[in-house]
Design a protein around this ligand. Sequence first.
Ligand SMILES: Nc1ncnc2c1ncn2[C@@H]1O[C@H](COP(=O)(O)OP(=O)(O)OP(=O)(O)O)[C@@H](O)[C@H]1O
Ligand SMILES: [Mg+2]
Length: 347
Amino acid sequence: MYPGFSRDIVSFGLVREVTVENGCAKISLALTTGDPKVPSQLKMTVDKTVAAVEGISEVETLITVSRPKAQPQPAAGAGGGGGAGAAQNKIPGVRRTVAIASGKGGVGKSTFAVNLACALDQEFRERGRKNAVGIMDCDLYGPSVPLMIGLNGQPKVDGEMIIPLENFGIRVMSMGFLIDPETPVIWRGPMVAKTISQFTQNVAWGELEIMVIDLPPGTGDAQLSLAQTIALDGAVVVTTPQTAAWNVARRGAMMFEKVNVPILGVAENMSYLENPSNGQRTYLFGRGGGEKTAQALNTQLLGQVPLFEEIREGGDNGIPVVIGSPNGQPAQVFRSIARKLLETFDD
Ligand SMILES: Nc1ncnc2c1ncn2[C@@H]1O[C@H](COP(=O)(O)OP(=O)(O)OP(=O)(O)O)[C@@H](O)[C@H]1O
Ligand SMILES: [Mg+2]
């Protein structure tokens, strides 16, 4: 088991090589951690477990530890390089990789990821850079990005590489393109890591400024596994305002701290409902969750996304609201969040 988690190091993809010769087992592990206790604890457990195997008289466990970058100060920017797994799957051609996470399900992660990607694209376009944004949908069990961005069908394959599908200038890869929607998918841990690894290495993403990653709900083992498979620059935590949600978001986000992925900011979603005739706001889910989460995680509040019917409609129609009504209020909120996010990078 990975210390502090209920998942094993094999399914987390940490085991690099195992050889057995004349009763001597050589095991090499690679991990990214800033906590010196983790490798020593792992070495002890691996040595003990393998020594108990019949026919093994000697165990050599080699652990390569890469040190992640330190958590950035919110104002100072996220620094270059990468967070956890910087030594691992850096997506070729992709400058920045940001995961969208949440503690609870259904808080609007996928909606946020898709609209943020579109808003980022518009920001880059204004700077004369087209086709600079991608979305990697890592929700392998319940992919919702294809529907939300109006894409379906099977991607073409060129040799070893999958060509991502594209709409509104955004390149997208999702399990939704590869499986029949009627078939339930039951993935085991190792399969998840393998698929994600293929999404990073075997997709012809091209040159991208930023990749937005939609994660499945929760920040448990599956997310840890993802965070260790992909070299993330950081994560944005999405929460809704109520206590029940932000508590989960705060606790869940600590998972990223464990693997040293910087939290770039918190986005509060479904913050309020505004009466269009008089501008009066109703706080359906309470108030302050985003701000509290940001404070607890020692990061910034990137913005508050109100409840808008057009946001939901855009998700259902496959035309994200940022594309459908680029001058509307919802689009402006996402644009402002996109700008704030880009400001956290130092170049
Ligand atoms: N700000 C908003 N205003 C109106 N509707 C919204 C807003 N945010 C999300 N929704 C709607 O809420 C529903 C759930 O959103 P979404 O699927 O993005 O959540 P999720 O966190 O990705 O869910 P899961 O945890 O299952 O992945 C969708 O129907 C979406 O259109
Ligand atoms: Mg989702």
